[in-house]
Design a protein around this ligand. Structure first.
Ligand code: ADE
Ligand code: ZN
Length: 350
């Protein structure tokens, strides 16, 4: 890394917001703001069990992952038409670009929609069109990752993959999300093996609430190239060494971990420990509409809570986000150059 001069802490929030970055862990259904949920419900004639935006927001008091997922799936029930998926993704991409996200790899949960009778093509075409348009309109590059819901069966995941394959050129990878405890990675070993044969990238949520064994399982049974969350890996020294040695990125989501009670406070979050153990850690927003902040809020609130985090860490986290992405090497070099320029400009006092 180039030599970084000292930067006063009060300048860190500005730097964190200004630096170019990639977002690698965002569930597009988790970007649905309460206002948009109500607007789409009205547009589509869907009845909601909440009287107002405020009442819905008040329900966002989660005690664990499952308590969040119940509300998150209910919120997604307003999405019916291709334009709904387009509008949701466009709103996220506009917001991300305004926070200097130059590249986003976006999860979507098709089973949440196909189970309600929405066609796979409706979901994927709407999201994909928003990604294409956002490049022209906001200058952000974006690609899609189809996530299997792990509380459902592997058979259901196979059927979902089958439905999505005619649209294979519109998503570049698969993921695994939803209720982690009791649904270990090995449940999906065969469908992930098929995805690997098909040349799809593979990522998996593991070690969010679940034990280090689930992270081992994601690596060994699913051949995951990135681990989403992975914060529980800290409890297994051999696993930490492996993640470091193999440069397996962790897409960490501080505000999510706080809101879902994985850590008691941001001050207690272990991101700095993971970074200091030489892991390829990145910062992400997970479900920003539900957890009280987009990517820059994740950076600034975590850095504010942890005085040990420095400008060097900020640079490393942004650099890691490019390295950990599935983007072309040439794009990574361009973004990393822009990152370096941003830090240099910043230190020159612009
Ligand atoms: N789906 C949306 N957000 C999730 C999370 N944090 N963990 C697992 N599944 C999810
Ligand atoms: Zn997630």
């Amino acid at each position: 890394m180039f030599k970084l001069p000292h930067i006063p802490r009060e300048r860190l929030p500005g730097l964190l917001a200004a630096m170019p970055k990639a977002e690698l862990h965002i569930h597009i259904e988790g970007s649905l703001e309460p206002e948009m949920i109500f607007a789409l419900a009205a547009r589509n004639g869907v009845a909601l069990p909440y009287a107002s935006v405020e009442e819905l927001r008040r329900a966002y008091a989660f005690t664990d992952l499952q308590s969040f997922l119940d509300i998150y799936y209910a919120g997604a029930s307003v999405l019916l038409k291709e334009q709904d998926f387009y509008d949701m993704a466009r709103a996220y991409l506009a917001r991300a670009a305004s926070e200097n996200v130059v590249h986003a790899e976006i999860f979507f949960d098709p089973q949440t929609h196909t189970a309600r009778g929405v066609a796979m093509a409706t979901v994927i075409n709407g999201l994909h069109r928003a990604c294409v348009d956002a490049r022209a309109e906001f200058g952000i590059s974006a690609s899609l990752i189809l996530s299997f819901l792990r509380h459902l069966s592997e058979e259901d995941a196979f059927a979902t993959l089958e439905q999505a394959l005619p649209l294979r050129d519109k998503f570049m990878g698969v993921g695994l999300d939803s209720s982690e405890l009791g649904n270990p990675p090995e449940k999906f070993a065969r469908v992930f093996a098929r995805c690997r044969e098909l040349g799809l990238h593979r990522v998996a949520h593991a070690g969010e609430e679940g034990p280090p064994a689930y992270v081992w399982g994601a690596l060994d049974m699913l051949h995951a190239e990135r681990i989403d969350h992975g914060v529980q890996a800290i409890h297994d020294a051999a696993l930490v060494r492996r993640l470091a040695r193999e440069r397996i990125p962790l897409t960490v989501c501080p505000l999510s971990n706080l809101k879902l009670c994985v850590f008691d406070s941001l001050g207690a979050h272990n991101l700095k420990q993971l970074l200091d153990a030489d892991l390829a850690v990145t910062v992400n927003s997970d479900d920003p509409a539900y957890f009280g902040g987009y990517i820059n809020a994740n950076f600034t609130q975590l850095f504010a809570a942890q005085p040990a985090l420095t400008a060097r860490d900020a640079y490393q986290l942004a650099f890691n986000s490019f390295e950990a992405s599935f983007a072309a090497q040439a794009d990574k070099r361009v973004w990393e150059h822009r990152l370096k320029e941003c830090f240099q400009r910043y230190f020159e006092g612009d």
